[in-house]
Design a protein around this ligand. Structure first.
Ligand SMILES: [Fe+2]
Ligand SMILES: [Fe+2]
Length: 227
């Protein structure tokens, strides 16, 4: 549960009917801290699911690159720095979400071993198919993951707008989470660009390969949201 949001939020009731700090004059104090936005159970559930999916997705990303890299760089040594760069970023994302799920006591997905096997197989098989297929895999995965992070960013922004309309503000931890999601989304979209620059569109057969991987990602996201 995301009860980290509760303590500070609970201290600030949404409406202060009899504030003790307010002077008898009617002038509002612009420097007074705004009351914190109180998350509903539904919003907390959304964050639980989001962190669970993100952690599983980043685990999968590290395993895909681990299985792909040796095969890709064997025939295309010039791709070593790029593969390493993308792997390092995925490893960073995975660490970030490992810390977040531990801190907020979110249960990891029960599908963990299944996603481990599936991601390793996906990385290995696209690596065997060659550089273009490996890049098409990154293109497909990042298209889904990028839009998935975008949805999360949009959702939290809608809470921020709701908070502002009430004269409240988001908890600092939630603001930090928003910044993290945006940064990671941008890095995933950067991987997508690298994949296209490195001929992902030349993969054979491009359409079925990308469609299958994208469908697999969407299915894994849907399952991990709940299980
Ligand atoms: Fe990532
Ligand atoms: Fe990525």
């Amino acid at each position: 549960m995301l009860d980290f949001l509760a303590p500070s939020a609970l201290l600030h009731r949404r409406y202060h009917t009899t504030p003790t700090h307010q002077s008898t004059e009617s002038q509002p104090n612009p420097k007074a801290p705004k009351p914190k936005y109180f998350l509903s159970e539904k919003q907390k559930e959304f964050l639980d699911s989001a962190l669970r999916v993100n952690q599983a997705g980043e685990l999968a990303a590290t395993l895909i690159y681990t299985a792909q890299t040796p095969q890709v760089v064997r025939s295309h040594p010039h791709l070593r720095p790029l593969m390493k760069h993308m792997y390092n970023q995925e490893e960073g994302h995975f660490k970030t979400f490992n810390q977040m799920i531990a801190k907020h006591r979110v249960r990891p997905t029960a599908m963990y071993p299944v996603w481990e096997a599936a991601a390793t197989f996906l990385g290995w098989s696209t690596g065997v198919m060659g550089r273009e297929a490996a890049m098409a895999c990154t293109e497909a995965v990042e298209t889904e993951i990028g839009s998935h992070y975008n949805e999360q960013v949009r959702e939290i922004l809608s809470w921020e707008a709701d908070a502002q309309s009430r004269g409240e503000e988001l908890d600092d931890e939630l603001k930090e989470m928003l910044t993290t999601f945006r940064r990671i989304r941008d890095e995933e979209l950067e991987h997508l660009d690298h994949a296209v620059e490195n001929d992902s569109k030349e993969a054979q057969p491009y359409d079925p390969l990308v469609s299958v991987i994208r469908l697999g990602c969407r299915t894994a996201i849907k399952i991990s949201e709940r299980v």
